[in-house]
Write a protein that binds this ligand. Sequence first.
Ligand SMILES: Nc1ccn([C@H]2C[C@H](O)[C@@H](COP(=O)(O)OP(=O)(O)OP(=O)(O)O)O2)c(=O)n1
Length: 519
Amino acid sequence: MERGYKIATRLGNKKDLCMFLALHMENSPMCVSPSEKFNKTGIVVCESDKIHKVVAMSCSRENLHAVQHVVLNVPCSLSNCTVYLSRKPCSTCTTFLIQGSVSSVYYWPMSPELKGEDSAVEEDLKQVDQMFLRSNISSSVFLPITDSDTVFKISSRIKIYKCTECSSHYAEAVPKDMEKNSSLLNMQGHIRICAEQMKNSLCCLDCLLHCPHGKFEKKEKIDVEKMHTHALQLCYLLAARSDDPDRGVGCVLYSQNGYFFGAGYNGYPIGAIFANLPCAGRDVKKESGTAKGPVLIHAEANALLFRSRKKIEENDVLYCTKPPCSECQNYIQFVGIKKIVSVQESSQSSSNQQDSTGSLKSNFEYYQWKPQYAECSASPLSKQTENSEKRDGEETERKNDKGPPSRLPNKEDLCIFLALHMENSPNCQEPRCKYVGNKQKNSNILKFFKTGIVICEANKPKRIITMDCSTEDLHAVPKALLRFPNALRCCEVYLSSNALHQLCKTFDSSSNFSSVLLA
Ligand SMILES: Nc1ccn([C@H]2C[C@H](O)[C@@H](COP(=O)(O)OP(=O)(O)OP(=O)(O)O)O2)c(=O)n1
């Protein structure tokens, strides 16, 4: 069986990704020094569990430090979150981080947030260290370690291009006053290694940023266009962590006032063991049944599922490195986002993609950005990569029993019955068939049954969070989860299809059928 194994080259770990994102946030057109006493700062906040869900990305604004902007704005608790900062925070921001109950703080070893006379800065940094020491927060310098070979491969998989105007400004940004910073940041013994590593990290960041030069089909105000370009670059950075063997895609969600509320990249389900799942692309033989399509989660779906704000507002925008496919468009429409900004696909894109672009234009306020790369030379980096490559007795007992009333023995039974009943809802429909691979050759057609779903909390009192069912456009699972993204955590999911599958299996083996029915 042809599996088409290809292991994706991607950023070594999510911490590297987050630090790169924080550095890039400092270059956001929204980023300004809060006042002349402070340096501009970029911030990324993630849950510190395995998923590392990005909860917030921001930067300093007029009169507001980056940390303050996030801690004051984020609707969820920051406890157990990791914060990545493009510089060491000042004492005021440290108090916000402590009150926000974050668990760890990592910062890039550049000049600290506070500017001014050395003695005043030194004094403030001592306060910061003292406060962190007395709190439960761990804080340290963090440098992503990414080798240039990996970065070359990533940039070609994600199709990152640079025009000749894009010289490597990040690589030049290694602070000249490294010696002074290292003493301020207590890293005297490591200056040389650190300087080299910083340079290496910044070069990598530079290579992973798509060229910002390009045009929008529909014109917007120049400031808005700058914001769009910056957000699309963020998407390209996120794509660098994708584990799709063929194509990295990134997606971010922003409110109209530039407030981030979700990010995701495409990839296998959380915790998947890569080689156990199909990884063959569109071009591999369909009869093998190993196409990765059904098991890969698109960046847009991940961003919507992992979003930190449930309620969608009028002018929220979804940014993505490629035009969302028709399935993702259903999800986007379902949650209520009306505006999409994406990068235009190259002309060789398939007819499916062209269809999806048509529906994008008719169903959304759609802005398409065309990179200038047709007119510019691809980066030397991408060139290098191209070359390398139950029972009766009990029933009587129950009737005579003056004890508690008869009822379903447990909540699980209730939930599975509810799920089965949801399937009979007048709204429930069979989701449309899906073609795996090449529609023209009429190869694998996946058909789906109507499905009912119930999601409840796993812990007592097992509150039922939602009950839903499939429709023609949406399967029951994404429909329920998109509406209740938090249901992803500590919840139980009951599905009618699985239940029926169970029943059939049990019936087939002609054992215990009645007990399954009552269970
Ligand atoms: N901040 C994040 C974290 C994860 N994901 C998505 C992408 C994949 O679909 C899935 C992967 O989750 P894992 O926690 O298994 O992450 P990885 O395999 O990327 O990294 P690792 O397991 O090395 O932490 O979740 C996302 O969109 N955004």
